[in-house]
Ligand binder design. Structure first.
Ligand SMILES: [Zn+2]
Length: 111
């Protein structure tokens, strides 16, 4: 019998999918349900893969062609890039403030 409580919307692929906690559970699902699914739909899940958006395992009938950067990976990359730029800008402002306060101190010393 197909599990029904593990269906969630996957932001990565934009539709509802089954999510398994472990690879073994996903593989077991394939092992025990692929024949029945193939009978109903004409194709059956062939492999498991980890989804970083769901933080869980999905099953698919598609072959693993090659690794393409996922939407979630792209968003994470842009997030960390932005974070790095902000940190860099913050450090530059801090150095500038230090430099300016040192100048003020020297100016006061002269007066
Ligand atoms: Zn997912």
């Amino acid at each position: 019998m197909k599990p029904t409580k593990n269906r969630f919307f996957c932001a990565e692929c934009g539709r509802t999918k089954m999510v398994f906690e472990t690879e073994k559970k996903a593989a077991n699902f394939i092992k025990f349900n692929s024949a029945a699914i193939e009978e109903q739909t004409g194709y059956s899940p062939k492999r498991t893969y980890f989804c970083i958006a769901c933080n869980g395992w999905h099953v698919t009938h598609l072959h693993d062609f090659f690794h393409v950067q996922s939407k979630t990976e792209e968003v994470l990359y842009l997030f960390y890039k932005e974070k790095e730029q902000k940190t860099l800008a913050k450090t530059e402002r801090k150095l500038l403030r230090k430099k300016n306060s040192a100048k003020k101190y020297e100016t006061k010393k002269l007066i």
